[in-house]
Design a protein around this ligand. Structure first.
Ligand code: BDP
Length: 722
């Protein structure tokens, strides 16, 4: 016994003196819901005094989830088991969960899923109009503990700013995930509906902790199989697993399903038989899943069939599905990610950038009230940096949802560390000038992309944000341990887009990695700079790279494809004169799709902000930029400093070694090493390739790459197994 005590003392001493990470080993499975014991004893004791019981006014599944989560969380954080009781009576010093539409001013200020947490008369009271509100409040309270915030004198009121906060999974029936880099699908189709993997519940918990309330479980390039009775039973089993956490299921649908699985001759949305097929299908679905969320549709895009195959419009297709859902609560999320082949002989000047607005602009106001048009944040395709999609400024009569991509298709898959909140915020905070010049300053305008999406600008009843999920079967969910922060950040911003990237990073780090203030600061710094660093070595000054292929390896020379707009040269347009895509009136005139104030901001190459320069202008190699350097020198500077900055990221990470779980530390450190190697690969590929056009030396102090362009090309061929 004495030996044992001494032993633990020495271990403790060792830990204190070396400042080592003292938590239990962490394999990342618990995400930001770790609930490890709070190390600061006095803090723990103070907290413990305020929570001696959890009283639940009600018996619903969601209230039970809320109480259970508080109990589990506080048991871990405070090392104390707290009873759940039915009613507090006159007891003080506990947490009271209560849902309902009460008369108080605060309760009136809540929307359907909002919550209010107060600490009055010695009880912490979590109120919501609905059980879902209480559940979100419970997680918010746990967050207070996890981030070591005060829980006395609390007065928090929070309402989600959009109604549908969605993850979109691009998961296929065969278990693969389109653009997934963290293993296979989470959904074990072959085991469902009989076996319910416990992971489904943890998935739902994680989402509920952020306020995510919907999940589209299958790929937008959808298999019709998901609408068969066999698969609907599996989807219903998932819905049952998610329901106690307020997460509804949705399905991506294959537009010609009535033909493929229904045996009809057509899928024409105006055909009565087709319409009744969908109405019956909706009935069947709601019979199995009474709270089914609705449909997500990719139609007439990248080879997916759609209403245009029958001479109908996107609105005809979407409205037909809306009619099928009319008797129910569900909605249709119709994607605006469409683009016909551009640069072909019949459309030589066509610009992929303008495609979505060309197809959707005239349909503004023509969609059923149950339809939301889902628009990617940028006009092209989830590039490391894109200007916002022009649709956001131009569709006042159509509820628009914004689609972000969490999975790192263009952001280095699961090896590069890129914290995405700044990507989301950059877009959300940009002014669309949808009400003209009077918009004024960013903060006061009320016409930002976020104001469009949250419905405050045009008064949409339906509002939504979607994130293409980055989860998979890897034990830690996201492959790269730091990519969990992107799931986290998306969920938090879908709830409240006014949160800052920094505040979100701080929360996530505290809940997931460490509470040590210096380490939190270092990791936050690393995260907040990571996106710009990536852009610098990958696509600086407004370059983009949505060409065909795996979307990982650098291939700016790629010039062969079945479609010109699936080649690299279509996008960067490097020639002997310069670089970049002229989208002004002398070029594709894509800028004309923005409101005049936005055009003004980006139209002039002299004043266009450098991050967007090559998105809109073909700039001569020798042109002096606002930095004082020529275009060529500036490009080189960015490629080199970008790649060098990954070394800085590695150093920063090394400094927190003693503050984070050793396994996580080693994992991230190894991935950063790969990232560094690959950043140099990207740098070399671009610089050597562009140099053939610019015909200028690499400026001092940077050294010429050690390899030749042919060597880099060969490396890409090896990577792509060609
Ligand atoms: C692109 C992806 C492709 C998706 C498509 C989409 O490369 O795999 O199917 O977007 O969003 O980014 O539909």
């Amino acid at each position: 016994m004495i030996y044992k005590k001494l032993n633990s003392f020495f271990i403790l001493l060792l830990l204190v003196t070396t400042g080592s990470y003292a938590g239990p080993p962490d394999d990342g499975y618990r995400l930001w819901l770790k609930y490890d014991l709070i190390k600061d004893v006095s803090k723990r004791e103070t907290y413990a005094r305020s929570v001696q019981f959890i009283a639940v006014n009600g018996t619903s599944q969601m209230l039970k989830s809320a109480a259970d989560e508080l109990q589990t969380g506080l048991q871990g954080l405070l090392g104390k088991s707290i009873p759940i009781i039915a009613s507090a009576g006159a007891r003080k010093g506990g947490i009271i969960l209560t849902a309902g539409n009460g008369p108080t001013v605060e309760q009136q200020a809540l929307n359907a899923e909002g919550y209010q947490i107060t600490n009055r008369s010695d009880n912490i009271i979590i109120k919501g109009k609905t059980d879902a509100g209480v559940l979100y409040g419970a997680f918010a309270l746990l967050r207070q503990f996890q981030t070591l915030q005060p829980v006395t004198a609390l007065s928090l009121t929070s309402n989600p700013k959009v109604r549908y906060r969605m993850l979109n999974h691009w998961d296929n029936p065969n278990g693969t995930i389109e653009r997934g880099y963290a293993g296979e699908t989470l959904w074990k189709w072959y085991e469902l509906p009989e076996r319910i993997d416990p992971r489904y519940r943890d998935y739902a918990r994680a989402n509920a902790s952020l306020g995510i309330n919907g999940t589209v479980v299958n790929n937008v390039n959808a298999s019709a199989r998901f609408l068969t009775g066999e698969y609907l039973a599996k989807v219903a089993a998932l819905a049952t697993a998610f329901r106690p956490y307020g997460v509804k299921v949705y399905l991506s649908v294959y537009f010609p399903a009535p033909k493929v699985i229904g045996g009809l001759k057509t899928a024409d949305p105006l055909d009565p038989e087709v319409r009744s097929w969908w109405a019956n299908k909706a009935k069947e679905i709601y019979g199995l899943i009474p709270d089914f969320g609705g449909f997500l549709v990719k139609a007439n895009s990248e080879g997916e069939p759609g209403p245009q195959d029958y001479g109908r419009t996107h609105a005809d297709g979407a409205n037909m599905l809306a009619a099928a859902l009319a008797p129910y609560d569900g909605v249709v999320m119709w994607r605006a990610f469409v683009y016909k082949a551009a640069g072909t002989p019949d459309r030589p000047k066509a610009d992929r950038f303008t495609a979505a607005y060309e197809e959707f602009g005239d349909l503004d106001g023509k969609f059923d009230k149950k339809v939301i048009v889902q628009v990617k944040n940028g006009p092209i395709d989830f590039q490391p940096r894109e200007p916002f999609s022009p649709l956001f400024g131009k569709m006042p009569k159509t509820p628009l949802s914004i689609e972000f991509q969490l999975t790192q298709e263009y952001l280095g898959f699961a090896t590069h560390l890129v914290y995405e909140a700044p990507i989301f915020k950059e877009c959300l905070d940009t002014d669309t000038y949808a009400k003209g010049a009077s918009s004024g300053a960013k903060s006061a305008s009320g016409t930002t992309v976020a104001n469009v999406v949250d419905g405050s600008l045009h008064g949409y009843a339906l509002t939504a944000m979607a994130g293409v999920a980055n989860t998979g079967s890897d034990r830690n969910w996201t492959g790269h341990p730091m990519a969990q922060a992107n799931w986290y950040a998306f969920g938090r911003l879908a709830w409240d887009h006014t949160l800052s990237s920094e505040a979100i990073a701080n929360e996530w780090i505290n809940m997931t990695l460490t509470n040590e203030p210096q380490a939190v600061k270092r990791i936050a710094d690393l995260m907040l700079k990571s996106r710009e660093i990536y852009v610098n070595y990958n696509t600086p000054l407004g370059l983009s790279r949505p060409w065909t292929g795996v979307h990982f390896a650098p291939e700016p020379w790629q010039n062969k494809s079945s479609r010109p707009d699936w080649t690299a040269i279509y996008y960067h347009r490097a020639d002997s004169l310069g670089l970049g895509y002229d989208r002004t009136s002398t070029g594709s005139n894509a800028l004309a799709q923005y409101n005049p104030e936005v055009q003004q901001r980006w139209n002039n190459p002299e004043t266009c902000p450098l991050p967007y320069l090559l998105w809109f202008h073909h700039v001569p190699w020798t042109k002096k930029l606002s930095t004082g350097r020529t275009l060529w020198d500036e490009l080189c500077t960015r490629f080199y400093t970008g790649a060098n900055s990954v070394r800085w990221m590695q150093q920063q990470w090394a400094l927190v070694k003693n503050n984070v779980d050793p396994g996580t530390y080693a994992d991230v450190a190894a991935r950063l090493e790969t990232q560094h190697k690959e950043a140099i690969w990207w740098r070399d590929a671009w610089v050597l390739y562009l140099q053939e056009f610019a015909r200028q030396p690499i400026p001092a102090p940077y050294k010429k790459p050690d390899r030749t362009l042919d060597e880099v090309k060969a490396l890409v061929d090896i990577y792509l197994l060609r």
